[in-house]
Design a protein around this ligand. Structure first.
Ligand code: BES
Ligand code: MN
Ligand code: ZN
Length: 487
């Protein structure tokens, strides 16, 4: 989707935003007058009240300056960011398959333009990579939206950070949507290397390097797979060179069968999305690079495939993590924490993080607890927790804080090793977070975001979230970093 901002309108399709009071603003008024009152008639005949989600389309006579006029509901006077994004999304939906490729959007308040444009972008996402037989009418015709504003240059500048965030969301969605035979640790690593074209420094460590680092918990997860495990390291150094970085960590289980503790067959294909945390990190890194953020951020992703195999880890195996702590594997399906514990350790050994935020599709229990509308937040620092919560509200990627505490930590006690990798039935998302916290050194600010319920959603969704994968994370992380570290 090409988004443009212009002072002058020229397209054959003229779209007008009309608020709930129903009065046409300047541009619509002018066309209404020129067309002998056609737009006013359409409002009445179309039972149009200006509510967000409504639209009326008017075919114009040959004498008119455009071929089609479309009225879109602009809602009530005070519009928050979500409503503006939705308006952009509804606008896209109304015209996506209209047969027209370009439109001009008129009569919007200039301050609303960037958010509406973001809504158009988010709604226009498609994942058709594997469809080879789509007919022309199954593909959207609309490829270009121009927002008419008093100062096009200003609007273009204001849109840069939102466009960057949208690019991050697109990348995260693509990665989660991709088939697991297509996106596996090594192909994923190649894809990350491609991000260097945006100015990111990307380094990949393979199994030999990970073994040298003692990352045996992460390697243990991958050892049943014919695919080699990979650690992806992405750096955006846009800040002062001697400023310590913020570190983002992502779970990148490219496919989670559960391993020897095999998952049930029904719905297992969804576990293609078990790399959603790593996709959020990659998307955030891309967003930072695209808007040339003035801050240093490192993104680390642990890429593995969890398979049952003669060489796979067994329940009962004891793994020695990079931190030196030993882990009794009681369930090979609790693999995400085994990956993350080594990557979190790597983050603290190799950097002095101002804060670490990890994202992971870690537990089914968070889906039971919070459903699909909030991710779970676990955090050892109130300031960090509050900042992430605020950023999530601002960008519509909401997090909800849950507790940590020694009573939960005790549930990880093992007879045979320093800890076991499951806690038991109670508080499954919290014991997973407690497990991770055992690898965070005193004084390091850390947050864990369990995105198992929000990384992908089946069924009813917002217009701005059109594919299976939601692309949750990049906008939240980008906003948190901008508001906390760049002023
Ligand atoms: N990847 C899953 C968690 C998950 C579940 C993500 C549903 C998205 C949707 C994770 O690796 C897992 O299997 N967790 C287990 C942990 C249990 C064995 C302690 C779970 O939640 O059942
Ligand atoms: Mn699992
Ligand atoms: Zn998993």
């Amino acid at each position: 989707m090409k988004i443009g901002f212009s002072e002058k309108s020229s397209s054959d399709v003229q779209v007008f935003l009309v608020a709930e009071n129903g009065t046409l603003k300047a541009a619509a008024q002018a066309l209404d007058t020129a067309s002998g009152g056609l737009l006013g008639e359409a409002l009445k005949a179309g039972a149009f009240s200006g509510k967000v989600g409504q639209s009326v389309s008017v075919v114009l006579p040959a004498s008119a300056s455009a071929r089609r006029a479309v009225l879109i509901g602009y809602g009530a006077a005070s519009r928050d960011a979500r409503t503006l994004e939705r308006i952009g999304g509804e606008l896209y939906k109304a015209l996506a398959n209209s047969g027209f490729s370009a439109l001009d959007l008129n009569d919007l308040d200039a301050a609303d333009a960037p958010r509406i444009a973001l809504g158009v972008m988010l709604a226009a996402y498609r994942f058709d990579t594997y469809h080879t037989q789509l007919k022309a009418d199954q593909k959207p015709s609309l490829t270009s939206v121009t927002l008419i504003v008093p100062d096009g240059e200003q609007a273009r500048q204001d849109f840069v950070p939102l466009e960057a965030a949208a690019a991050g969301t697109y990348l995260a969605r693509d990665l989660v949507n991709m088939a697991p035979n297509d996106l596996y640790p090594e192909s994923y690593a190649r894809r990350l290397e491609g991000l260097s074209e945006h100015g990111l420094e990307v380094e990949i460590l393979g199994e030999a390097a990970l073994a040298k680092l003692g990352m045996n918990a992460m390697l243990g997860v991958g050892q049943g797979s014919v695919r080699d495990s990979q650690l992806g390291i992405m750096k955006w150094m846009g800040g002062d060179p001697d400023q310590d970085p913020v570190v983002l960590v992502g779970k990148g289980v490219c496919f989670d069968t559960g391993g020897v503790s095999l998952k049930p067959g029904a719905g297992m294909e969804e576990m293609r999305g078990d790399m959603g945390g790593s996709a959020a990190v990659a998307g955030a890194m891309l967003a930072l690079a695209r808007r040339k953020a003035k801050v240093n951020v490192v993104g680390l992703v642990g890429l593995v495939e969890n398979m049952p195999d003669g060489n796979a880890i067994r329940p009962g195996d004891v793994l020695t993590s990079a931190s030196g702590q030993t882990i009794e594997v009681q369930n090979t399906d609790a693999e995400g924490r085994l990956v993350l514990c080594d990557v979190l350790w790597y983050a603290q050994e190799h950097f002095k993080p101002r804060a670490i935020v990890d994202l992971a599709t870690l537990t089914g229990a968070i889906v039971i607890g919070l459903g699909h509308h909030h991710a779970g937040l676990f955090c050892n620092d109130d300031g960090l927790a509050n900042a992430l919560t605020a950023a999530g509200l601002d960008e519509g990627e909401r997090v909800w804080r849950l507790p940590l505490g020694p009573e939960y930590d005790r549930l990880l006690k093992s007879k045979f090793a320093d800890m076991r990798n499951i806690g038991g039935r109670a508080a499954g998302s919290i014991t997973a977070a407690q497990f991770l916290q055992r690898f965070i050194r005193d004084g390091v600010k850390w947050a864990h975001i369990d995105i198992a319920g929000v990384a992908w959603v089946e069924g009813e969704k917002a217009v701005t979230d059109p594919s299976w994968a939601s692309g949750f994370g990049p906008r939240l992380l980008d906003r948190w970093i901008a508001d906390t570290y760049e002023d």
